[in-house]
Design a protein around this ligand. Structure first.
Ligand code: B12
Ligand code: SF4
Ligand code: SF4
Length: 417
């Protein structure tokens, strides 16, 4: 958007954060490029790809013309970028249940992030998708900055840009990357979306001023008061590390400490190497991104997750904390749709292609596709232990879709054992 100004004006963190909050984000922070741990993060991303952890998500392995992994460093695809505004939008939903506390075997689980809806003019709640909702907000911030600073280069991304958003969020001081790999904000937990505005604007604050501002912000206050709070689980090692902050770094130190709850709770062992997910084993990948048949070995672990997975976040003490309190209000454009919370498997199975579209057009769930969701429901039925699902599974097992057929046959075998 626009051309780079000759005398590039510069931005201060307080001002950028205020604009993001005014646009409806819950938190925001600014990163100046190059940031302190950029080389470390580039190495981590390259190693993750090299080890084959991205599975069939080939877009993560895209390279620039000179052969660099595009996502390794922001400068590879965006050599003009001097700063990034990183925004966090919470979807905590304090009243809603957890996937780990829903024993009803007739129901499945749709990941929390995908429950979102907003009321239309008639007061009916229709699907909404964070990609669209947040991109609009980010563009509003971008427009305000252009009014203020004139022409400069910028790009707004929510999820889909060639950047590692969690690395940028850590660099912006919004939280730390937990052993479950999620960005954990010390007050808001990890149930939050990220949005990134790349800019050719310089950051004008001296590092010392930014550091002292961050230190006095609500984020830092919360973080330091919580050190050691989850004694014996999380906090102790984090406290140790926080005594040696890296120079010119705004990172909140790791507060996972000795906790391993997410690693132990992951049913498909996707977190066996802490902080580095093997996406090819992750239920979120299998149920959303992966098309076609799913390896039988992984089906039992999928349990009754029919779209995405919240387990490693639901068990995290920092999310329990976020649930219990704080001034968190539900985003009017990302309100939970009650019909998507712990939905009945039979209801999901009864949707035909037309009703699937009506229910999920404009919702993140649509990404799984009609057949993909049916495949996931078939696996969940197999894991329910309930023979009442046999007739539906028999119908699917005789059908034409390969992924669905394989899942239904596996489920029948499991229920008939
Ligand atoms: C590909 C992808 C996935 C893949 C792979 C996930 C993964 N962990 O890599 C799958 C499909 C499995 C997935 C699942 C989910 N995703 Co996703 N996903 C992405 C995407 C598009 C790219 C992620 C990526 O680059 N992965 C590569 C690895 C290397 O990067 P990373 O895990 O983000 O990196 C951090 C850590 O791994 C850590 N790290 C790496 N190596 C090492 C080594 C050491 C020693 C240490 C300490 C740390 C460390 O460093 C990075 C951050 O500093 C981002 C959007 C984006 N453009 O960034 C969204 C994103 C990460 N996803 C998001 C969400 C909401 C989810 C789900 C919660 C959805 C759900 N409920 O089903 C799950 C969460 C599962 C989980 N535990 O991570 C949010 C995360 C918000 C947050 N608070 O963290 C993002 C940012 C989208 C958004 N704009 O909001 N996702
Ligand atoms: S399978 Fe579930 S618990 Fe395991 S890493 Fe993926 S999202 Fe987390
Ligand atoms: S469950 Fe424990 S180890 Fe996992 S991310 Fe949360 S605090 Fe860290």
């Amino acid at each position: 958007m626009g051309a780079k100004a000759h005398n590039s004006p510069s931005l201060i963190g307080r001002q950028a954060r205020a604009l993001a909050l005014a646009a409806g984000f819950t938190e925001a922070g600014l990163v100046a490029f190059p940031y302190a741990n950029e080389e470390r993060d580039a190495g981590r991303f390259a190693a993750w790809v090299r080890e084959g952890r991205a599975g069939t998500m080939r877009y993560l392995e895209r390279r620039t013309e000179d052969g660099q992994l595009a996502r390794e460093r922001v400068a590879a695809p965006f050599p003009w970028a001097r700063s990034a505004l990183v925004c966090f939008a919470s979807y905590v939903y304090p009243e809603a249940p957890l996937s780990t506390k829903t024993p009803e075997p007739r129901s499945g689980w749709i990941a929390r992030y995908a429950w979102s809806g907003r009321a239309n003019a008639k007061g009916e709640r229709r699907p909404s998708d964070y990609h669209k909702v947040l991109l609009k907000r980010l563009r509003a911030v971008e427009a305000r900055l252009h009014e203020e600073f004139g022409a400069f280069e910028s790009r707004a991304y929510v999820d889909t840009g060639p950047v590692v958003e969690r690395s940028l969020a850590v660099a912006a001081g919004l939280g730390w990357a937990g052993k479950n790999t999620c960005l954990i904000h010390p007050q808001l937990g990890s149930w939050g979306f990220l949005a990134v505005l790349l800019m050719s604007l310089d950051v004008s604050e001296p590092a010392s001023q930014r550091a002292s501002e961050l230190a006095s912000s609500r984020v830092r206050k919360f973080a330091s008061s919580r050190v050691g709070e989850f004694a014996g689980s999380a906090g102790a090692a984090g406290a140790e590390r926080s005594r040696a902050p890296e120079r010119n770094s705004f990172e909140i130190p790791d507060r996972c400490g000795t906790c391993r709850r997410c690693i132990e709770a992951c049913p498909t062992r996707a977190l066996d190497v802490p902080y580095q997910m093997d996406a090819t084993r992750c239920i979120a990948y299998l149920t959303i991104e992966h098309k076609g048949p799913i390896a039988e070995e992984l089906m039992p672990g999928i349990g009754r997750q029919v779209f995405g997975c919240d387990i490693c976040q639901d068990v995290c003490p920092w999310n329990q904390k976020a649930l219990r309190g704080g001034p968190i209000s539900i985003d009017p454009e990302l309100q939970p749709r009650p019909e998507l919370i712990n939905p009945k498997l039979e209801w999901l199975a009864s949707l035909d292609e037309k009703s699937f579209e009506q229910m999920f057009n404009g919702s993140p769930v649509r990404r799984a596709g009609f057949r993909g969701l049916q495949r996931n429901v078939a696996i969940a039925m197999g894991n329910s232990g309930l023979v009442q699902f046999v007739p539906r599974l028999e119908e699917w097992a005789a059908g034409g879709n390969e992924g669905l057929r394989a899942a239904a046959r596996w489920a029948l075998g499991r229920l008939r054992k």
